[in-house]
Design a protein around this ligand. Structure first.
Ligand SMILES: Cc1ncc(COP(=O)(O)O)c(C=O)c1O
Length: 443
């Protein structure tokens, strides 16, 4: 049976079984919850691959080429890194741990770029040893460190400089100059930015590829990208006039928004690509700059809508005249985004997916924090203990942000495809909790 109208339209294959249970990519979600336990992260593998392919397809016409670097921070178990490699994307990593995972998955170092505002000397050395394509240098200290490490190892490391274009992207608008106060990147208010370019150009162990910017996340307005590209073009023209350096690569970061609730209206990947290609092409003509190779770092827009989280409903408590709390067996440990950003989600009673959602309740987590809420005021169909709740669009920044607060176990991750499920991360065990710990009684 197809998707009932109260389930928002997400970019994944949802259906309902004859008995009224929710299915993803042909897998019965209530059965998966039983088999693997809850909370459980479940992904539509075909949806993940489709979005990778759409990103590549959308930029194929662009000369002189592009690389889509999936932003590892959104969700990077080994299987996801392998999927990215199979789909021909590269990776944006932010830490030694993400780099390690990427290399273990067989991602070519030539397709890896390293971001971050405070990479450690050890992480920088690991990246240089691995021979990654680009270190995205965030500040002068890091520039000195990369140079010194490359010199000691007698190699030439290719780098980009991260620039803060001063464009703050809001969901529906952008504010120029408002975001000059940021921990990330070289500021355009500061002369040290051109100074940094000069330093790279005279350094025997560094080779400058170009510039990077990232203006924010969950962006619905493509104008924000246009504004950022305009600033980057002006900067590139200024750099050329002051130093003679001409960019080879322009990295525009990630940020494209996704649907969490019905009212969200994200822009298609193809529209983002068309906007970027048009703005870069006309801007390069205007400034007589050669068109750079384009790099993008999408995270959420590849994995966000392709994943959902299953919970088992437990205690349901009605406070007369106030609200009904429906508690589930996870919460801020598997999805801290609500507590962190007041993120909004939609959900359905997966055990009764064909029934009209007519009871307004609030979904609470099980952690020892009043702020541990997953959804305020959502209509669900007769939520009862032991029903399975599916929370949609949890594919990004959930597994990767999960914690063991209250010594809760991190959930398993399952990929579904053509009616078959594959366990890609097993659920933690109590023994895992003690894995890195030593007893005071040990010698
Ligand atoms: C430098 C950088 N690139 C890419 C991303 C990915 O952003 P998104 O998941 O919104 O596409 C982020 C997210 O914070 C980021 O900081």
């Amino acid at each position: 049976m197809s998707r009932p109208k109260w389930i928002p339209e997400f970019d994944l294959d949802l259906s309902v079984s004859a008995s009224g249970q929710l299915e993803l990519a042909g897998c019965n979600l209530v059965a998966l919850a039983k088999e693997f336990g809850t909370p459980l992260y479940v992904y539509d593998e075909a949806a993940l691959r489709r979005r990778c392919q759409r990103y590549r397809q959308a930029f194929t016409s662009y000369e002189p080429g592009y690389e889509i670097l999936y932003a590892s921070k959104a969700f990077l178990p080994l299987a996801m890194a392998e999927l990215i490699e199979q789909e021909g994307l590269g990776l944006d990593v932010m830490s030694g741990g993400e780099l390690y995972t990427a290399l273990k998955a067989g991602v070519s170092p030539d397709k890896i770029y390293f971001n971050g505002n405070n990479k450690s000397p050890v992480e920088l050395a690991e990246a240089i040893d691995a021979g990654i394509r680009g270190i995205i240098v965030d500040n002068l200290l890091e520039l000195e460190r990369v140079s010194a490490i490359a010199k000691a190892k007698q190699v030439v490391q290719t780098v980009l400089l991260r620039i803060n274009p001063g464009v703050e992207a809001h969901t529906h608008e952008y504010i120029k100059t408002a975001k000059l106060d940021s921990k990330f990147g070289f500021s355009l208010l500061d002369n040290s930015t051109i100074e940094a370019v000069r330093r790279v150009l005279i350094d025997q162990n560094l080779k400058l590829l170009g510039f990077h910017c990232h203006i924010g996340s969950q962006i619905f307005s493509l104008d924000s990208y246009r504004a950022a590209i305009d600033v980057m073009l002006q900067f590139a023209a200024e750099v050329r006039s002051q130093t003679g350096f001409v960019w080879k690569e322009l990295n525009l970061g990630g940020g494209l928004g996704v649907r969490y609730v019905e009212s969200d209206d994200p822009q298609p990947i193809e529209s983002l690509a068309a906007q970027i290609i048009a703005t870069v092409s006309t801007g390069c003509q205007k400034y007589s700059l050669p068109k750079p190779r384009l790099l993008l770092e999408p995270g959420r827009s590849i994995v966000g809508e392709a994943g959902l989280t299953l919970y088992t409903i437990g205690a349901c408590k009605t406070i007369p005249g106030i609200r009904t709390y429906v508690a589930v067996d996870g919460g801020m440990t598997d999805n801290p985004r609500v507590a962190l950003y007041q993120a909004k989600y939609s959900a359905v009673n997966a055990s009764k997916a064909n029934s009209v959602p007519d009871q307004v309740v609030s979904v609470a987590g099980k952690c020892c924090e009043s702020g541990d809420m997953l959804i305020w005021d959502i209509a669900l169909a007769d939520p009862q203990p032991d029903d399975v709740l599916a929370v949609f669009s949890t594919g990004a920044y959930t597994y990767s942000m999960a914690s063991n607060y209250n010594r809760l176990l991190r959930p398993a991750v399952v990929f579904c495809r053509d009616g078959r499920s594959k366990l890609v991360v097993r659920r933690q065990s109590y023994e895992d909790l003690l894995n890195c710990e030593f007893s005071l009684n040990e010698g």
